[in-house]
Design a protein around this ligand. Structure first.
Ligand SMILES: Nc1nc2c(ncn2[C@@H]2O[C@H](COP(=O)(O)OP(=O)(O)OP(=O)(O)O)[C@@H](O)[C@H]2O)c(=O)[nH]1
Ligand SMILES: [Mg+2]
Length: 661
């Protein structure tokens, strides 16, 4: 089976093409750095199967950041049979830079010239034939978002898998050409996994990894040393040669309009990214998102799902009773399953609305602007502007949030970005807020939500500042990020993103949450003969053991304590466990009423602060371990947010009490 790799600059449409080719549902977004892992899929064309690999975007093969390394390593070591180089037709010159490096590598390239629709809007006239002839590489025009050019691309993949292309030579000037030839002759092609000519070029460019690779070859090493002393600008000369190769090709095959067309994007950006209005507009957009999430989710959809869950529960109970099922089973279904898992599922509509808006934010291209607007503030607290993107991704879930920090080149920037991400309130924590909002702030839902999320951001910035002054001193690297053109969000893509996350939420309710609820349910009815859900149960006793810790924060009940404890498995468990233990106390008690009875407004606020900031869920801690490759940081991630949350909620409760709230 042949392996096809999709390689190209960030945001050029690789994943869109990957989805079109393989029928996969990988995440697509209109900002650079969406894909940070390699993803595989397969396709069948004319009876033959192909393995297709989608890679993170990269500007060159001399990669720096984690995500770019993933792409580079696969191209260099994964030995794909065909490399589909996705090139953004509106930005040919810059995109072809990567192409020159693929040519140097000796990769078997096909160029998918994507975004042809936008090129024609910008009146960029591209002669595909002459481009292809000049490069010596097949070029297939595509509009991946509209699945145009896919069949042609497939046919070309079939051809290229059998016969590799023969790209035109890149000339590096007389001197360098000679050096490259001499050095190539000194290297034994049997010895390396990579083409020796490529190794020679890379070594002359001063690539550290490659230099290390050939350090055993005494003659080659001596040769490089001798010429680097007489020619110190080799790296620049090589880069220049690549660009003049590109310019020569583009000169004859691409015609741009005399006067650059002023696009809608330019006009919109005048306002949205302006110094004066940028930040306030961003604030308003976020506020509207939370307000709408609350209003649409709660009013239009919320009630129905709640009624539905209740209806299912009652149906189950009736059936079980009529089958004269044992009491424990009926209790498990009523309190554990419906009270616990059901309480979580009721929030599906709200989650859906929030994810819908986040997907729109991503697909329009506003996300990159948000990072741009926030760059000044981020810099002031010692963070890199791109950190903000990982923070917004964290609003959905902190796991991808932390993964997306891979695009940060600087190790220090990346570590800080990882450590502050969990303060970004994820979708799983939303049910907790909503339950407490319904109990104590029913009239100001959107505002309270906005404040909670803003508090999370403020805490992240504060901790970022502290980390950058203590654990990770140093300068953050400069903010370089392309602002993509605004694009109308595609309904299919928005719905897919939303659906994937909602489905994840539902799946977690059915697996992790169900498991936690089942376990804790057993603990709440044992030992035998004890009053279920009472302090005397195992669960009650454990809760009582923890509860005194939380007394100073105002919620020192055993129920609140066990729910927080369960929340470390997954945040939805907080509501699930509260739902279960309170449902068990007196049949038919609404969760909201029970919460009103056992919290005051002040202790509710303190509890919300706790749940916003305390120890992230197990999946996040595992991700920190994987991404930092260190148990130490994983443990740190488990402990420091807890300490912080504790101090803050105690402070709020104590000060609030003093002030008479
Ligand atoms: N107009 C237009 N938009 C496209 C086309 N192909 C992709 N897009 C859009 O371009 C944006 C980026 O697409 P992705 O597929 O996520 O790009 P990518 O190359 O995988 O990006 P990274 O993973 O960040 O490197 C999305 O908003 C797509 O909807 C196209 O042919 N025409
Ligand atoms: Mg991608």
């Amino acid at each position: 089976m042949h392996t096809i790799a999709l390689v190209g600059n960030p945001n050029s449409g690789k994943t869109t093409l990957f989805n079109a080719l393989t029928g996969s549902n990988q995440h697509v977004g209109n900002w650079p750095g969406v894909t940070v892992e390699k993803k595989e899929g397969s396709l069948k064309h004319k009876g033959a199967f192909y393995n297709v690999v989608d890679l993170p975007g990269t500007y060159s093969l001399g990669a720096y950041s984690e995500d770019e390394l993933v792409a580079r390593d696969f191209v260099v070591q994964g030995q794909p049979d065909v490399v589909v180089n996705v090139v953004d037709a509106t930005n040919i010159e810059r995109n072809l830079y990567l192409t020159t490096q693929l040519i140097e590598m000796g990769a078997n390239i096909i160029i998918a010239l994507n975004m042809m629709d936008e090129a024609s809007t910008k009146q960029i006239d591209i002669s595909v034939d002459s481009l292809s002839r000049a490069l010596g590489v097949p070029v297939i025009p595509t509009v991946a978002a509209r699945k145009k050019g896919i069949t042609e691309l497939l046919d070309q993949i079939e051809k290229s898998a059998e016969n590799s292309s023969s790209p035109s030579e890149i000339s590096y000037g007389e001197n360098l050409n000679r050096h490259i030839k001499n050095l190539t002759d000194l290297l034994d092609s049997e010895e390396y996994d990579y083409p020796v000519k490529w190794i020679a070029i890379k070594a002359l460019e001063g690539d550290l990894e490659i230099s290390k690779l050939i350090s055993g070859n005494v003659k080659a090493k001596a040769y490089i040393e001798s010429i680097s002393s007489e020619d110190t600008d080799m790296e620049l000369d090589i880069i220049d040669s690549r660009y003049s190769y590109i310019n020569n090709i583009v000169k004859n095959s691409v015609k741009r309009p005399e006067k650059e067309i002023v696009t809608a994007t330019d006009k919109i950006d005048k306002i949205l990214t302006s110094r004066v209005f940028g930040l306030p507009i961003f604030g308003v957009i976020m506020y509207l998102i939370f307000q709408l999430t609350f209003v649409i989710g709660e009013d239009l959809l919320g009630g129905y799902v709640g009624d539905f869950v209740e209806w299912i529960g009652e149906g189950f109970e009736t059936i079980l009773v009529s089958l004269s099922a044992p009491d424990w089973l009926i209790s498990f279904v009523a309190e554990g399953f419906i009270g616990g898992v059901g309480a979580v599922l009721e929030f599906v509509p709200l989650i859906m609305v929030l994810y819908f808006f986040l997907a729109i934010l991503e697909d329009t291209g506003y996300m990159a602007r948000a990072a741009y607007i926030m760059d000044g503030i981020m810099r002031a607290v010692g963070l890199h502007g791109k950190t903000f993107i990982s923070m917004i991704v964290g609003f959905g879930c902190n796991v991808p949030g932390i993964m997306s920090t891979r695009t940060l080149e600087n190790k220090r920037d990346r570590m800080i970005a990882i450590l502050i991400n969990p303060f970004m309130s994820c979708g799983a924590r939303l049910p907790i807020y909503l339950v407490f909002i319904a109990a104590f702030f029913p009239d100001n839902g959107g505002l309270v939500l906005f404040i909670i999320y803003a508090l999370g951001i403020a805490m992240a910035l504060l901790m970022g500042k502290i980390f950058s002054k203590t654990l990770f001193k140093g300068e953050s690297s400069h903010f370089i990020m392309e602002l993509p053109p605004y694009r109308l969000p595609q309904a299919a893509s928005v719905l897919r993103d939303m659906w994937e996350k909602v489905w994840d939420f539902v799946k977690r309710a059915g697996t992790v949450i169900f498991a936690v609820v089942s376990l804790l349910w057993v603990m709440s009815v044992l030992p035998m003969g004890v009053e279920p859900y009472s302090q005397a149960s195992i669960l009650g006793r454990i809760g009582q053991l923890i509860a005194p810790i939380f007394k100073p924060a105002g919620f020192g009940t055993w129920q609140a304590s066990v729910s927080l404890f369960a929340g470390i498995a997954a945040k939805e468990a907080v509501v699930a466990i509260l739902g279960m233990v309170y449902a068990g106390v007196s049949e038919g008690t609404e969760l909201i009423t029970a919460i009103q009875a056992s919290f005051t407004t002040l202790s509710a606020v303190s509890f919300l602060i706790m749940t916003l900031l305390y120890t992230p869920c197990a999946a996040v801690i595992a991700t920190v371990k994987r991404e930092t490759n260190s148990w130490k940081w994983a443990a740190f991630m488990a402990v420091y947010p807890f300490v912080l949350a504790y101090i803050l909620s105690v402070a709020v409760y104590q000060v609030g009490s003093l002030l008479g709230f």
